[in-house]
Design a protein around this ligand. Structure first.
Ligand code: SAM
Length: 291
């Protein structure tokens, strides 16, 4: 293990910014490469220096920390660029998980890239992927919606927007808003929901069911309302199936348009769908003209 950590340390480049993922609860969830970068850093830009100091202490590391939050990110970027130009190794971390995912970091990275200096990612924990990977959801795609809005009317509007998506949708939520959000979800057409709480920690819990079931469960078990949480709205299977069918039909139209005259292509397309003949003719013509 020590050998791999040393090897990771040897490959770090002076004058580069390393964006390092840190644990989202379980201190052991950190890669050897992340530890090597933290150890080798000349300075670590941290969201809350107290939180990162705790992580460093746990691994016996002593590295200067500077605070980098959304409000000072732009100003700090100039200082980081100076340090990088002087050949220092700079590490950027947030309080938990992957920086720049609902956390500070993106503006610093953009500024460093703009200055044409190297940026490397050292991947690790991320609540969104952690929740999805252990949810049992089978899907090739998903949409990540970040935090739901705090204001009720904005949240309701956002939930309606998210409901129109047929793929699984993942959002971050907070303990003080979860009950209101679940009540709002009860008013939407039914869709299976997973609440993933306290991931990687002692009381990690996954609860899956309808919004009504979740509402009852949380109201009867106040301890389930505490901690950090992720919500997953499972795929809307019916809509997903319809989208796949529409995509298959569009591929068929492209193939027909490529190989047959418009009239003949329309006749064949009419045999596999009960659409309007004129609309199909026009669509095939449109495809032909765009090729
Ligand atoms: N950058 C982080 C990441 O990569 O996951 C996310 C930071 S965001 C400010 C914090 C939110 O992530 C929390 O409010 C919660 O929704 C989610 N989260 C973080 N840690 C979690 C955990 N251990 N269990 C469940 N959700 C978590």
């Amino acid at each position: 293990m020590q050998q791999h950590r040393q090897k990771a340390k040897d490959t770090l480049i002076s004058g580069a910014l390393y964006v390092v993922a840190t644990p989202i609860g379980n201190l052991a969830d950190i890669s050897l490469r992340a530890l090597a970068a933290l150890e080798a850093a000349d300075v670590i830009c941290a969201e809350d220096t107290r939180v990162t100091a705790k992580l460093l202490r746990a691994y016996g590391l002593h590295v200067p920390l500077i605070s980098l939050r959304e409000h000072n990110e732009q100003a700090m970027a100039e200082k980081v660029i100076e340090r990088l130009k002087a050949g220092e190794i700079v590490v950027q971390v947030s309080d938990a998980g992957t920086p720049a995912v609902c956390d500070p970091g993106a503006r610093l990275v953009a500024a460093v890239r703009e200055a044409d200096l190297p940026v490397f990612s050292i991947p690790g924990a991320s609540a969104v992927l952690c929740a999805l990977s252990a949810s049992g959801i089978v899907s090739d795609d998903f949409y990540f919606g970040g935090f739901l809005p705090a204001k009720k009317n904005e949240r309701e509007k956002r939930l309606q927007e998210l409901w129109r998506m047929s793929c699984p949708v993942i959002v971050y939520e907070t303990p003080h808003r979860i009950l209101d959000t679940i009540d709002e979800l009860c008013l939407l057409p039914e869709r299976t929901i997973t609440l993933a709480r306290e991931l990687t920690k002692t009381f990690e819990t996954f609860i899956t069911g309808s919004a009504t079931m979740l509402s009852g469960c949380l109201k009867n078990n106040p301890e389930q309302v505490r901690g950090e949480m992720v919500l997953i709205f499972h795929a809307d299977e019916k809509a997903h199936h319809q989208e796949n069918e529409a995509a298959d039909f569009e591929r068929l139209l492209h193939a027909l348009a490529e190989h047959l005259p418009t009239k003949q292509a329309t006749q064949i397309a009419m045999q596999v769908c009960d659409g309007n003949k004129k609309d199909l003719y026009n669509r095939i013509l449109e495809i032909k003209n765009s090729n």
